[in-house]
Ligand binder design. Structure first.
Ligand code: IPM
Ligand code: MG
Length: 381
């Protein structure tokens, strides 16, 4: 912090507006942890981050009557990036589907044109002991799940007719070639930046939308001669993710399959609380942990902030090009875990159990240590 030239110029280039949507349940606790680390990075690097907090989800229903108020959408549209906590809770579970907090999340994704959702699943060496799998299976797992986010059954027609014994409910899964192509392009690009291995997941032995999915992805592969593309059915993928997860690098799949597979894959990493995500597309990218609002944990300072903190790191890397700072945050998280401090979801008998704020405090200390070493000796220490 000290001894550095003051680069707090607040010039446009260095100013980023980050809209923060804490949401419901543990959302406010985990986003506040993530924001504290973002502020530290800004202070250290002379960037200026402006944080604008807006109502969203259940709390917005309570305050404004709608989960996605117009002012919130407007603020998000004009932002450089959006950081979201989580939405939903028992208080709003009785509402019709199209008025629940979750409908606000779907509307936000659609309105911002976010058609890609990137979910990295990494098994940290420090957390091998909490993976749901044996260490020899989990060690070294490093997967990127690319989930289609703006189409499929989530956005198809939903309807219910009749009542009681004669009731029928319908949800329509539908994809256009163009919707498949745009997310597949993202996945191919991602694969070329990693190990050139892409698995496309579908259910092409049953679903027409999956037959189209497979055809479009296969056609595109002609433009990516270095990428080894393979196709897997979704049921087999769920098996492979638990019996041999290291075979995967980049996975691309539909909205629904990606939702389901990413929760399962989080078990391989050790906890749903660990996994960050980026939603990407036409508008500003949105970063959020993949966990839900966990109402039973809310307000008790026991939630795991790592998914949210890692989402903040992803924001620095993917939206702001701040690779060093992103890596410093990730390394700070890793160092705290190595020291044995854990939130209850990650604790083993030998851990020091800390709360959400306690974990964030330790991560900030570790971040400061890295920055001061960097000031003295340069990066790479
Ligand atoms: C997720 C969540 C959401 C989804 C819910 C909250 C609507 O499960 O981001 O994975 O299904 O997309
Ligand atoms: Mg989900």
């Amino acid at each position: 912090m000290s001894g550095r030239p003051n680069r707090n110029s607040k010039s446009e280039e260095h100013t980023k507006t980050i809209v923060v949507l804490p949401g419901d349940g543990i959302g406010p606790e985990v986003t506040s942890a993530a924001v504290s680390l973002l502020k530290d990075c800004a202070a250290e690097t002379g960037r200026h981050f402006e944080f604008v907090e807006m109502p969203f989800g259940g709390n917005a229903i309570d305050r404004c009557g709608r989960p996605l108020p117009a002012e919130t959408l407007q603020a998000c549209s004009g932002a450089d990036a959006v950081l979201l906590g989580a939405v939903g809770g028992p208080k709003w579970d009785g509402l019709p589907l199209d008025r629940r907090p979750e409908s606000g999340l779907l509307a936000l994704r659609r309105e911002l044109g976010l058609f890609v959702n990137l979910r990295p699943i990494r098994v940290l060496t420090s957390l091998l002991g909490v993976s749901a799998l044996r260490p020899e299976l989990a060690r070294g797992v490093d997967i990127e799940i690319v989930r289609e986010l703006a189409g499929g059954i989530y956005f198809g027609e939903h309807s219910t007719e009749g009542a009681n014994g004669s009731a029928r409910a319908t949800d329509v899964e539908s994809y256009t070639a163009q919707e498949i192509e745009r997310v597949a392009l993202f996945a191919f690009d991602r694969a070329t930046r990693r190990t050139n291995k892409l698995v496309s997941v579908d259910k092409a032995n049953v679903l027409a939308s999956s037959v189209l999915w497979r055809r479009v992805v296969t056609q595109l592969s002609a433009n990516y001669p270095t990428v080894r593309l393979s196709h897997l059915y979704v049921d087999n993928t769920s098996l492979q993710l638990v019996v041999a997860p290291r075979q995967f690098d980049v996975i691309v799949t539909s909205n629904m399959f990606g939702d389901i597979l990413s929760d399962g894959a989080a078990g391989v990493a050790g906890s749903l609380g660990l996994i960050p995500s980026m939603s990407w597309g036409l508008g500003p990218s949105l970063y959020e942990p993949i966990h839900g609002s966990a109402p039973s944990l809310a307000g008790r300072d026991v939630a795991c902030p790592i998914g949210a903190i890692s989402s903040a790191a992803m924001m620095l890397r993917e939206s702001f090009g701040m690779e060093l700072e992103a890596a410093a945050i990730e390394s700070a998280v890793d160092r705290v875990l190595e020291s044995g401090a854990r939130t209850p979801d990650l604790a083993t008998p030998r851990s020091t159990v800390v709360g959400c704020s306690g974990f964030a405090g330790r991560a900030r200390e570790s971040l400061h240590e890295q920055f001061s070493l960097h000031e003295r000796y340069g990066w790479g220490v």
